[in-house]
Design a protein around this ligand. Structure first.
Ligand SMILES: C[S@@+](CC[C@H](N)C(=O)[O-])C[C@H]1O[C@@H](n2cnc3c(N)ncnc32)[C@H](O)[C@@H]1O
Length: 191
């Protein structure tokens, strides 16, 4: 990895230190519209149990808690800096027990099988070290009939091509890609 990629990784990929702090502030502002769009596509119901992977500064978690007011929202992210920012942003919902955030990686999801109705990740899969293992772990943690959404802004570095095939290879069905000028999202169902 070159010097520029290392800086990007520290600011956005796996935020840490001062760069990570700044990166979190930028992402909370820039990526929130994409999170709102993807959450709308997922059609979250009031009582849903939802997981966000790579929650970053926690702007998406806030929207999820509002979308499932009688449900439960969990989040995992390997970055201590992002956990700190997301915890501050969601302090009230965490204190009420409606939101649970923890350090973790998609490859080793710390949840029982068949736990979640909905799972999403925004601008995150492109930095996972092993997306195949991550997708298999997501599938395991989802209830049958549950939906997954992987959303990306056009500046994320992820290409839309091949996403449907990756989700299908991971055992999901009904995979479809939705694109706008600014973002794209692949949605799929656990059979
Ligand atoms: C570009 S940021 C996006 C953050 C947030 N979702 C947003 O849209 O603003 C990528 C996030 O994925 C997290 N991440 C990196 N590797 C991960 C992994 N293996 N499992 C889960 N999350 C990961 C990073 O710590 C970071 O918070």
């Amino acid at each position: 990895m070159g010097a520029f990629e290392r800086v990007l990784m520290r600011a956005f990929g796996r935020p840490e230190g001062i760069l990570g702090r700044l990166g979190g502030t930028v992402m909370a502002r820039l990526n929130q519209p994409c999170a709102a769009w993807v959450i709308g596509l997922l059609e979250i119901r009031q009582h849903d149990r939802v997981l966000e992977i790579g929650f970053g500064p926690g702007a998406g978690i806030q929207l999820l808690a509002a979308a499932a007011p009688s449900g439960q929202v969990d989040g995992i992210d390997p970055s201590q800096e992002m956990l700190a920012q997301a915890t501050a942003r969601n302090a009230v919902a965490i204190a009420r027990g409606r939101v649970g955030l923890r350090i973790g990686s998609v490859e080793r999801l710390p949840f029982e099988d068949s736990t979640f109705d909905k799972v999403l990740a925004i601008n995150s899969m492109q930095v996972w070290p092993d997306a195949e293992t991550g997708l298999a772990a997501i599938r395991r943690a989802m209830k049958a009939g549950g939906a997954v959404a992987l959303g990306f802004t056009t500046y994320s570095g992820q290409q839309p091509g091949g996403l449907i095939e990756r989700l299908t290879a991971a055992g999901f069905v009904e995979a479809k890609l939705i694109e706008t000028e600014k973002a794209f999202c692949v949605l799929a169902v656990k059979p």
